[in-house]
Design a protein around this ligand. Structure first.
Ligand code: FAD
Length: 135
């Protein structure tokens, strides 16, 4: 799958069938990106859907977690982002990154109980940079 960062500025197609998105790329170039469908996810409303039946504690339709590992009341089920609640929670992307990093650390222990977790920085770890395709 190809990835591209850009801002959608137009749609192209005929008879109700999409054929391309017009995109302004980060470098300012405007291109047409061929596609069949567009799935816009703005995420402005939070709906739990079937997750509501997973046995998770809920508080005003939000999922309470701890702030050490962002695990719910069900061991092994983690939650991060706007759907969770804890004292001082800020609904920001910034906060969700922090929550995700801590949840991943604990999830790693569940998945690889015998493996040592090596903490690394993307700025200095060549192996992480290779995984990200930037080394
Ligand atoms: C106008 C606005 C401006 C903002 N600006 C900033 C900013 O400048 N900086 C910043 O840090 N934060 C900003 N935020 C907050 C930021 O957008 C949210 O904190 C962040 O998007 C939360 O990410 P999330 O993944 O938890 O939830 P969302 O982004 O809401 O993603 C949840 C996704 O799950 C999908 N979904 C919902 N229910 C289901 C279901 N039952 N099954 C499957 N999928 C489902 C939704 O469609 C959505 O795509 C802004 C928010 C708003 C509204």
């Amino acid at each position: 799958m190809d990835f591209l960062l850009g801002q959608v500025s137009g749609l192209k197609g005929e008879d109700g069938q999409l054929s391309a998105l017009t995109l302004r790329k980060e470098d300012g170039d405007i291109i047409d990106w061929e596609c069949d469908d567009l799935l816009p996810f703005f995420g402005l409303t939070m709906k739990l859907g079937p997750i509501a039946d997973w046995g998770l504690n809920l508080h005003e339709n939000l999922v309470p977690t701890d702030t050490e590992k962002f695990e719910t009341n069900v061991p092994g089920i983690f939650a991060i982002g706007d759907i969770i609640t804890y004292p001082g929670k800020l609904k920001l992307i910034l906060s969700a990154f922090h929550e995700g990093a801590l949840a991943a650390q604990k999830a790693h222990r569940y998945i690889y109980p015998e493996k040592k977790l090596v903490f690394q920085y993307t700025t200095s770890s060549t192996s992480l940079q290779r995984k990200l395709g930037v080394a």
